[in-house]
Design a protein around this ligand. Sequence first.
Ligand code: ZN
Length: 354
Amino acid sequence: MSDDPLGYHSNPRLLAEVERLAAHAPGGRAVLVEAGRTVRGQPIPAVRVSSPGPDRDGRPRVLVSANVHGNEVISSELAMALLADLAASTPTDAAQALLGRVEVVIVPAVNLDSRAAAADALIDGRLFARAPRGNANGVDLNRNFPWVQGGHDPWHPMAGSSIPWMPWYRGPEPLSEPEALALAELAERDRPVVALNLHSVGRLFLYPWNAYAEPPPHLDAFVAIGEAFCASQPGPRYQIKQAQAWYGIMGDMDDWLYERCGTLAMTVELSGAMEAVRERPTALFSPASWMNPVSPGATVRNSHVPCLMALLEGLNQAEARAAAPTPVSLPSPPRAGRCPAPCRRPARRVQAAG
Ligand SMILES: [Zn+2]
């Protein structure tokens, strides 16, 4: 059992809390919508938060998504802390500043089907309990997005695999999975200017490209956003790097958002590797603990305000970019290899997302 006062949310507790926070946000500031449904038919909640005002509908949007990987429960705890702050009657200064300028769209738990097992194992301190990374079909959702143009089949399985039993299985075709499609349709509709995708582990702040070693056209903007994040971390501070320099991925969400929607999209890899095992050696026998600290509090406190500061800096960078546009050009001509399936992209706009 977690001894942190924050603790981990079970799925029912998380969903009830999302509903409560949205309903009690002052002045109708928060609106709860359904982004889509999981493989098992669970509604995926998304909360839109912004200060009331006549210009509300025209404000730019920023997207925070978490728990795309079912076993990375800590990421949804951070998303919940951000939502609680943004929906509070007295938000932090950083949250207040953000709410006046943008609509924040928070999807605190994308992969609810798989999250359930991992969260319960963490809450109960259960050993030998399964903690799946993929969705209920065994697909790694962060390998299920359409490939950037010219993408090539990677040589290592972590970049995405066509073998169904692999943890990094990319699925039968891009956006085959309802959870990935829900995020893609939300992004197509909202065209977020900035996105933070919360994962674990590694204590990293990652920016595109995942698919290419070449730096992205907006490298300076990404680094500035990363520095805004790290500068406000009480500690330990995370490392800022291009995702491909960690390990390459094809079909991840950040590259797709950046190329397709022009979003300054970044991933935060929370917490240290095997942090829980160092704290509690028996955690070695609990797969859920490999990707999550024993208690979420310290990790959440180390990234809560930094995420808000990153979003604010991201907005500044997006505004500067709008004043002097630089297209998201792809860095090199197509390489050997090809996309394993046609890169189907969402052509229609979703109505259900409210
Ligand atoms: Zn992840």
